[in-house]
Design a protein around this ligand. Structure first.
Ligand SMILES: NC(=O)c1ccc[n+]([C@@H]2O[C@H](COP(=O)([O-])OP(=O)(O)OC[C@H]3O[C@@H](n4cnc5c(N)ncnc54)[C@H](OP(=O)(O)O)[C@@H]3O)[C@@H](O)[C@H]2O)c1
Length: 271
């Protein structure tokens, strides 16, 4: 990596929330930033691209456009995504596939498209923005958690594979952050109707949304991203979020499973 030139960074999901915070922060710190999402932001202070991560051609075209302008790609912050809520049973298979299509296959597609270039450069860093929901199966976010657990495994494996090519891969497991995620959320159609899970679902959703409002500012995650990509030996995994969530996620392996489950049920008032 030539540290004399500004590094070229692709951030997916850069029109709002965590991705936008990363794009603004890294742009300000002198990186050459390309923000990509389906509906590019007008008047953004960084270069924008239209990209749908569920469409392989659109990902390939976007990365090709960056390379034709800059000749390289140093960092990818893989952030595009959403969360789908509702009981597992209330998600149709189509709704569940949509969640995995974006949060898992979409990010996989971005990794696969960036990797040949990074291997050729013999340098690069992919930072996948994952979730504490990839460490703990969250009630009424089971389908989201499934995508995030998959992302955890994928990132860990990928890191072993790419190291010898000089390419770093890191997962950030984020807890609640105060972003537009809350309004962009998908609701399983059956969960909005006469669901047998309706009472517990509504209670859990209210708690979840309050936690998001009380969540960390996305800028904090942006600063962590900068710390990771400037580190000489970045770790594979970083966890960030409200202190209580980070503590609970780390404590989990050390407390009896029944006790942990009791705490989660109590927290979400699941009876
Ligand atoms: N906020 C949290 O509490 C939290 C916690 C842990 C993890 N996360 C994860 O972090 C990621 C970003 O969340 P956020 O909180 O920043 O949410 P957000 O404010 O809703 O931002 C989501 C971004 O993803 C883009 N996007 C969605 N689908 C896309 C697609 N198919 N192709 C390209 N871009 C797409 C959206 O732009 P367009 O609509 O224009 O495409 C938007 O820029 C998500 O994967 C989320 O699951 C969030």
């Amino acid at each position: 990596m030539n540290l004399d030139q500004p590094q070229v960074v692709l951030i997916t999901g850069a029109s709002s929330g965590i991705g936008l915070a990363c794009a603004l922060h890294l742009q300000q710190r002198g990186y050459t930033v390309f923000g990509a999402n389906r509906h590019p932001r007008e008047n953004a202070p960084f270069a924008t691209l239209g990209m749908d991560v569920t469409d392989e051609q659109s990902v390939q075209d976007g990365i090709a456009a960056i390379v034709s302008q800059t000749g390289r790609l140093d960092v990818v912050v893989n952030c595009a995504g959403f969360s789908s809520v509702g009981a597992v049973e209330d998600h149709s298979l189509t709704e569940a596939r949509e969640q995995l299509e974006t949060n898992f296959f979409g990010r996989l597609c971005v990794c696969r498209t960036a990797l040949p270039l990074m291997r050729q450069q013999r340098s690069g860093h992919i930072v996948n923005i994952g979730s504490i929901g990839g460490m703990v199966g969250l009630p009424f976010q089971g389908v989201y958690s499934a995508a995030e657990f998959a992302m955890t495994g994928l990132t860990e494996a990928l890191r072993f594979e790419t190291r010898s090519f000089g390419v770093h891969v890191t997962l950030i497991r984020a807890g609640d952050a105060n972003t537009e995620n809350t309004i962009h959320r998908h609701h399983a159609r059956a969960a909005q109707q006469d669901s047998v899970y309706a009472t517990h679902f509504r209670t859990t959703l209210n708690i979840m949304e309050q936690d998001e409002r009380d969540g960390i500012k996305p800028d904090k995650i942006a600063r962590l991203v900068e710390k990771i990509i400037t580190s000489k030996s970045p770790r594979g995994v970083y966890t960030i979020g409200p202190i209580f969530e980070v503590f609970a996620a780390y404590a989990r392996p050390f407390v009896p499973a029944r006790f942990f489950e009791w705490c989660v049920r109590k927290y979400y008032r699941l009876g």
